[in-house]
Ligand binder design. Sequence first.
Ligand SMILES: Cc1ncc(C[n+]2csc(CCOP(=O)(O)OP(=O)(O)O)c2C)c(N)n1
Ligand SMILES: [Mg+2]
Length: 354
Amino acid sequence: MSTADPRGGSEPFRLIAPDGTSVGDTGVGLTPDELRELLRWMVLARRLDRECMALQRQGELTVYPPFEGQEASQVGSAFALDPDDFVFPSFRELAAALVRGVDPVQYLHYHRGTWHGGPYDPRATRFAPICVPTATQISHAVGYAMGLRLDGIDACAIAYFGDGSASEGDFHEAANMAAVFRSPAVLFCQNNGWAISVPTRSQTSGEIWRRAEGYGFPGVRVDGNDVLAVYHVTKDAVARARAGDGPTLIEAMTYRVGPHTTADDATRYREDAEVERWRALDPIDRYRTWLLANGQADAAFVSDCEADADARVAEIRAALVATESPPVEWMFDWTYAEPPAPLLRQRTEALGGA
Ligand SMILES: Cc1ncc(C[n+]2csc(CCOP(=O)(O)OP(=O)(O)O)c2C)c(N)n1
Ligand SMILES: [Mg+2]
């Protein structure tokens, strides 16, 4: 099988080929336990992602953006962070949230509509609230990272965003500011081929990673379905940030095999053949094959990961569906010190008053 990115263009950095063979130095500094942990996270992430799709179809979640196919990009990059580093996600980073220790039940309350942005504590988890306005989180990360530097804190911030978000002005403003102020930020673009129904080729005529040079900092394109390669380039970017060398742009070439969200029908704008091509590049199959072939894991470990993921996801489902709706009046609280009259009227109506 070809190792080239099926969309063509510059060959991304890669350590494990799609058939699971090593094509680079896979000694990335992880212990055997850590190498296995990467598989455990990816298996759990996929299992949970599929459960979330089912939960939405069963009316237990309002809307959900699946990330199937992007597990290596998210797990590999999040695993490269230190506990003090701060994550600024978009809306598709549940796998990264898991690795960061965010309680998935609390996270999913956002998608259940029980609480804005999920009720987890962003300070405790170092994981900012889910951010739907595309690309706005990039300048949050850059500014936060500048603050870390000014405070003399040895940490960095990472912004996750998509290929489509890289077309927003916010991306360019954040990249320029990060460069000029040497912000210890990692700009992590998951190029999953699509921005809802708009393909990457309609978003940009060039390659996203190359834009970094114009701003004056390094950019790297990585195979986003190769968890070890993603870990390696992110670890490097984090080290640069901590050393005071400024930001790095990472473009992880990956693919979302599902719809944009549960409200989207992807068959209306893309060919099944494209999806099948990417399924053959599956990040979990690739890494499992590599672990087994290199004696880093055995079949019993793989079964254990799967059983463990089934059990954890069953617990998450049970806890999520058991959650009572919060009091209706909460919808009206905490925005205005002195709520305007129309809002007060709506509040009265919602509470069943006249
Ligand atoms: C400022 C803004 N404009 C438009 C939207 C609607 N919207 C939601 S997701 C999306 C596409 C995002 O594509 P990409 O950045 O590639 O991320 P992906 O969904 O592929 O993860 C758009 C246009 C939005 N959420 N925010
Ligand atoms: Mg995209």
